[in-house]
Structures are given as structure tokens and as C-alpha cells.
Design a protein around this ligand. Structure first.
Ligand code: DQA
Length: 144
């Protein structure tokens, strides 16, 4: 079963968007690093990004029937989306929430996450390495 790696709005501009906060790597670079580690760990991944809330909900539903685990950076929807939280509640496998930046060091509206109410683990402030750490965690959770 594949691991879904889902990315929310504006992450298509990773590398260009506020590089002082999010770094200079692009999302394609992240996808490559995640794929390389997945191959090493013997996992298959489905890496997606959308600027649309409903597209993220649809991938979570797809993961419901096909996925072993979900790694999600919901981006701004972290702080607003009951729909993504509800979708994640329909999924029974491990869910890891990733943020590239340390959201707790930033504006107070970034301190609350709807997704954290469902996530089994949260990684924030590790840059794009957070995706790799999340994948390692998922690998050990799905092996159990
Ligand atoms: C983010 C943090 C969110 O607050 C922000 O809206 C993002 C990216 C991160 O990866 O640090 O778009 O999820």
C-alpha cells in the first residue's frame, strides 16, 4: 500500500516563496528526496500538491481505500480546514503532519492546527528534512 504525501496551497511555489522562511528548495526537489528515501525503505509513495481544499479531501478519501499512511503539509489549511480534519478522521492509518517552518515561532494564528486533532505526530521547523523524518516514522509504524 502506498504512502500518500499531500501538500497544500502555495507549496507549488516552494523555493520562490518567502525563501527566508521556507528555503530555496523546490517542491520537485522535495519530491525527489522523498522518492529516493522511499525506495531505500521499500515503500511506494503518491506525492501530490494542490491549492484547492477539495482536491486534498479527495486524495485523503483515495488514501482511505488505497493508502497505508498519510504525510500531510496542509499549509494554510492547517489553521482553517475542518473539511480536511473530517476527511482525515475517515482514514484509519497513521497520519503525520509536517510543517517546514516552526509555526510556533510565527504569528499566533499559525499556532492552532485543526489537523493536529487527528495527527499521530507533528514535525515543524525541520525545513524540508521534516518530510524525510515523517517518512521514517511512517515506515516504522506500518511495519508494526
Ligand atoms: C506551513 C506553515 C503554514 O502556516 C503556512 O500557511 C504554509 C506552510 C509550513 O510548511 O511551514 O503555507 O505549513
Amino acid at each position: 500500500k502506498p504512502i500518500y504525501v499531500l501538500n497544500g496551497p502555495n507549496l507549488n511555489l516552494l523555493g520562490l516563496r518567502q525563501p527566508e522562511i521556507y528555503g530555496r528548495e523546490t517542491l520537485a526537489d522535495v519530491a525527489d528526496k522523498v522518492s529516493a528515501l522511499a525506495e531505500e525503505l521499500g515503500l511506494s509513495i503518491r506525492f501530490h500538491q494542490s491549492n484547492h481544499e477539495g482536491a486534498l479531501v479527495d486524495w485523503i478519501h483515495e488514501a482511505r481505500s488505497e493508502g497505508a499512511a498519510i504525510i500531510i503539509n496542509p499549509a494554510a489549511y492547517t489553521h482553517t480546514s475542518v473539511a480536511i480534519l473530517d476527511a482525515l478522521h475517515t482514514f484509519e492509518g497513521p497520519v503525520i503532519e509536517v510543517h517546514i517552518s516552526n509555526v510556533h515561532k510565527r504569528e499566533s494564528f499559525r499556532h492552532h492546527s485543526y489537523v493536529s486533532l487527528r495527527a499521530d505526530g507533528v514535525i515543524a521547523g525541520f525545513g524540508t528534512e521534516g518530510y524525510l523524518l515523517a517518512l521514517r516514522r511512517v515506515a516504522s509504524l506500518v511495519a508494526k
